[in-house]
Design a protein around this ligand. Structure first.
Ligand SMILES: Nc1ncnc2c1ncn2[C@@H]1O[C@H](COP(=O)(O)OP(=O)(O)OP(=O)(O)O)[C@@H](O)[C@H]1O
Ligand SMILES: [Mg+2]
Length: 338
């Protein structure tokens, strides 16, 4: 099985469902989501706030909060030895899952302070990850930690390694988090809004760093963002997510040049431009419905400008193929698909 771009897959999420059991009822943030990441490929997942991007990533790493459960689907990972594991079948605290976290799949978050313990030095935390995942002794682990800080552009790493996270600036902390994520040579990096909290200059540097690390070690990148500018710059394949499922997917050119789904088209119209005629910025009507009451049929129908009536309210559209790798789930294209 290969990805749409012809690459062999390394991570494959198939028809995934996640539920949160809370006092207010059952929330369903992930509803039949299917996506795959090829070896060394850069894939972007884009969608509005609350559509389930982070919950999907946390499911892959099996670090969901206690109230959550994976209620359906598979998360298949191809291991280095070529064998395949369905991560939904592994127990969260099993040794195998611990080895996979960091050793096969690493994650960086929007806010680095959530990834670092505030009471241990950066060096201690890097060494701990190395000792957990490799056969290094403490001396080697320290040397490797210094090297990893140097590789992400932290000046005087042998000094900075003994500092605490609060002594690093925001951009430096983000670099240190990338170092920590990559220190055990994972094959997939999940980056969840890695630059949203940074100013534009530091954002550009951090994105550049991720790209550079990716090409150096052949990492696959699974980038989550609501920023289409970041998507255009960083990935070659895009999944557009709405209320826990993928409504459109395709190469970055397909998505930007010929967006098909009314939701994707709305997202594209809401990107500000600096050239051409000045006009008010387009917004998507309404808000993302909450995960406790997902609309029936096509879940976007409550906000869709192209709503076709009962069919959209009652039937969930299947993905239709356009050309090599472009797919859209919308009744507008039922007959037009190739
Ligand atoms: N701990 C939780 N308890 C209950 N429901 C939750 C919890 N965490 C997430 N959810 C539900 O899952 C939905 C999706 O959340 P998620 O964090 O995945 O959104 P997101 O797409 O990452 O948004 P953002 O762009 O703001 O980060 C939320 O709207 C909420 O209904
Ligand atoms: Mg999120």
């Amino acid at each position: 099985m290969v990805t749409a771009k012809g690459l062999p897959w390394i991570l494959r999420v198939n028809d995934l469902y996640v539920e949160f059991w809370t006092h207010d009822g059952v929330a369903r943030p992930v509803n039949g989501l299917t996506l795959q990441v090829g070896k060394g490929q850069s894939v972007g997942v884009v969608g509005e706030s609350g559509c389930g991007k982070s919950v999907t990533a946390l499911s892959v790493l099996r670090i969901l909060p206690k109230a959550a459960r994976i209620s359906g689907g598979k998360i298949e990972l191809q291991l280095r030895d070529g064998s395949t594991r369905d991560l939904t079948q592994l127990s969260t605290n099993s040794n195998e899952m611990r080895r996979i976290r960091g050793g096969e799949i690493a994650m960086i978050f929007q806010e680095p302070m959530t990834a670092f313990s505030p009471v241990h030095t950066i060096g201690n935390q890097l060494c701990e990850a190395i000792l957990l995942h490799t056969d290094c002794d403490e001396k080697e682990a320290k040397e490797r930690s210094v090297e990893s800080l140097r590789s992400v552009g932290i000046p005087e790493p042998h000094v900075r390694i003994d500092e605490y996270p609060f002594q690093f600036s925001g951009g430096m902390r983000q670099r240190a988090m990338i170092a920590m994520a990559l220190v055990c040579n994972p094959r997939i990096l999940i980056a969840d809004e890695p630059t949203t909290a940074l100013d534009v200059t530091v954002q550009a540097q951090v994105l550049q760093l991720i790209k550079q690390m990716q090409s150096q070690i052949g990492l696959a990148l699974y980038l989550i963002t609501h920023d289409l500018g970041v998507i255009a710059q960083m990935v070659d394949y895009v999944y557009v997510m709405y209320l826990g499922c993928i409504v459109e997917e395709g190469g970055v050119d397909d998505i930007f040049e010929t967006p098909l789904h009314p939701y994707t088209r709305d997202l594209m119209r809401s990107i500000p431009t600096v050239s051409g005629e000045r006009k008010p910025l387009s917004t998507i009507g309404g808000v993302v419905p909450n995960a406790y009451s997902i609309p029936s049929g096509c879940s976007f129908h409550t906000r869709c400008k192209d709503m076709q009536g009962e069919v959209c309210r009652s039937e969930r559209p299947a993905p239709r193929r356009f050309g090599e790798s472009h797919r859209v789930s919308c009744v507008l294209y039922e007959d037009a698909a190739r």
